[in-house]
Design a protein around this ligand. Structure first.
Ligand code: V47
Length: 366
């Protein structure tokens, strides 16, 4: 080993990573706590290159946030609002179909759809949304509705969760995004999102999704009131479910943005924590094929650096993003394909355009 760890305690973890052995809860805590960020990055890069080589994935996609009106009042969220507030909006199906057409004539690989839990939209709205997009854009994969939304839709439909997801799948739902996981710790959920279903329910919903043959992503919201132990516990719970179902494709650590939220006394995350969260995720989630640095969330600069700290995916073109921008994100909302490709190449990696579930993957040659 040529690399010199500043923290000699990381050598034992190096031995495990080199032997492709599973890391323990205590290893996860050490990786978050050690001052040796470069050492953590070195280890994560070993795991990243073993799993994905130099490949760095992105997708030509469009995010759609159909409404910000929400029955919940999560304290970390600046996006959700009430119908009588001036910033409230709700999109009709026709508006959404028009918006979908606006970027590249709808010639994208994925629509990524997430929204508030609207008090009045009927279940039929969601069926028509998915079905209408699929009819108009049959080639586009629809990744829609977080676990929290799915649970709410099942209540709206008055049907068991599994039937509700199956009905959405029948009209064209292709996979489920990773949102709503926040941090599984009950202590933290009580403080930041007391109305939301608990961590076990989130896991159960994804298990149900996987049992229906759909893939999904997972997230972790970090940088608010959670402890290091709670972050590691979150990762271990995801790893356990992935052992059971194999249905997760990508993990995305989400950096908390405090502005305009009821937690705005908390400082924004640092570059050190953003890189570390990605690196520790890569190391702990040995059974997740991909780790995504969502450039909107961590800034394009950190996303680019993170390609040497465990991440192998940069999300995509995005086009329109409202959730993190409501909470003060200063990043652009759109990156053209050529910009993403240049950033990946500049970081010494190989840009690979993918579909949502990495079934069709193509190296960008031009
Ligand atoms: O569930 C809300 C988070 C999520 C804030 O699956 C916030 O590929 C930071 O899940 N600061 C929605 N985060 C976005 C999401 C996502 C994004 C990109 C890709 C994928 C994927 C999923 O955003 C919410 C919540 O955890 N969030 N408010 C905030 N103030």
């Amino acid at each position: 080993m040529l690399f010199e760890f500043e923290d000699p305690g990381l050598k034992a973890i190096y031995t495990k990573v080199e032997a492709d052995q599973r890391l323990s809860f205590e290893d996860g805590v050490r990786l978050f706590e050690t001052p040796d960020l470069m050492g953590v990055g070195y280890l994560a890069n070993m795991a990243r290159e073993r799993l994905n080589g130099d490949n760095t994935y992105f997708i030509n996609n469009r995010h759609i946030n159909h409404t910000n009106i929400c029955v919940y009042n999560c304290r970390f969220c600046a996006f959700g609002t009430k119908a009588d507030k001036p910033n409230a909006y709700e999109k009709s199906l026709e508006e959404i179909f028009d918006d979908a057409q606006k970027y590249e004539n709808g010639n994208v690989s994925e629509f990524h759809i997430v929204g508030g839990l609207h008090p009045d939209f009927p279940f039929q709205y969601y069926l028509d949304l998915v079905e209408g997009l699929k009819e108009r854009f049959p080639e586009v994969h629809i990744q829609a509705f977080t676990a929290i939304e799915l649970q709410y839709l099942s209540e709206l439909a008055g049907r068991p969760l599994k039937d509700t997801i199956a009905m959405l799948k029948d009209v064209g739902l292709g996979s489920i995004p990773g949102g709503g996981a926040e941090i599984f710790s009950e202590r933290v959920r009580k403080k930041i999102c007391p109305e939301k279903s608990d961590g076990n329910e989130w896991l159960h919903i994804h298990e149900t999704v996987h049992s229906l043959g759909l893939k999904s992503n997972a997230t972790m919201l970090y940088g608010h009131v959670e402890t290091v132990e709670e972050r590691v516990d979150h990762l271990v719970k995801l790893r356990n479910l992935q052992d059971k179902t194999g249905g997760f494709v990508t993990f995305i650590p989400l950096a908390f943005h405090p502005e305009n939220t009821r937690l705005d006394h908390i400082p924004s995350t640092t570059g050190n924590l953003d890189l570390r969260a990605l690196a520790v995720s890569r190391l702990m989630l040995d059974n997740f094929p991909h780790i995504k640095a969502f450039w909107i969330m961590v800034t394009p600069k950190i996303a680019q650096l993170s390609l040497s700290f465990g991440a192998d995916d940069m999300d995509g073109t995005v086009v329109e993003e409202k959730i993190v921008h409501a909470a003060g994100a200063v990043t652009d909302q759109i990156f053209h394909k050529s910009t993403i490709i240049d950033m990946i190449r500049e970081a010494g990696r190989v840009p690979m355009e993918r579909d949502t579930v990495y079934e069709q993957v193509q190296e960008c040659v031009a």
